[in-house]
Design a protein around this ligand. Structure first.
Ligand code: FE2
Ligand code: FE2
Length: 130
């Protein structure tokens, strides 16, 4: 389970809420794997995660654009790379080449937590200091 802690806040309520929702979706995914949910169910969960992540990234990129964040392009690339990676998991899952495991969930969780603590905190700091 991923716990939300204050140090993850980017000082924007909406975006904090979206990050919390992403944690929730990853948790659901984790629970799905632990419960041995059927592949169709896991597929649904991963599609939901891709969709919500894309929406979140779009919102976050708009937020960075509005504050004239200078590292927007580099940040956008990190987002794209992550989306590609998750889509790739999804493709491998439907073609039967991937058995979803705790490692996949751990990858998602670690990426997200590190991204929020690193890159997302950087625009939060920029916003606070401008
Ligand atoms: Fe981000
Ligand atoms: Fe984010």
């Amino acid at each position: 389970m991923i716990m939300w802690t204050d140090d993850l806040s980017v000082k924007n309520q909406q975006i904090d809420k979206e990050h919390q929702q992403l944690f929730q979706l990853i948790d659901n995914f984790y629970i799905g794997i632990m419960d041995n949910s059927p592949r169709e169910r896991l597929e649904e969960l991963i599609i939901g995660l891709v969709d919500y992540t894309s929406t979140h990234f779009e919102n976050e990129e708009k937020h960075m654009l509005l504050m004239n964040y200078p590292d927007l392009e580099a940040h956008r690339k990190l987002h794209q790379h992550f989306i590609e990676k998750v889509k790739n998991y999804h493709e491998r899952l439907i073609s039967g080449k991937l058995i979803l495991s705790i490692e996949v969930t751990n990858f998602l969780k670690d990426w997200l937590v590190n991204h929020i603590k690193g890159s997302d905190q950087q625009y939060a700091a920029f916003d606070e200091n401008r």
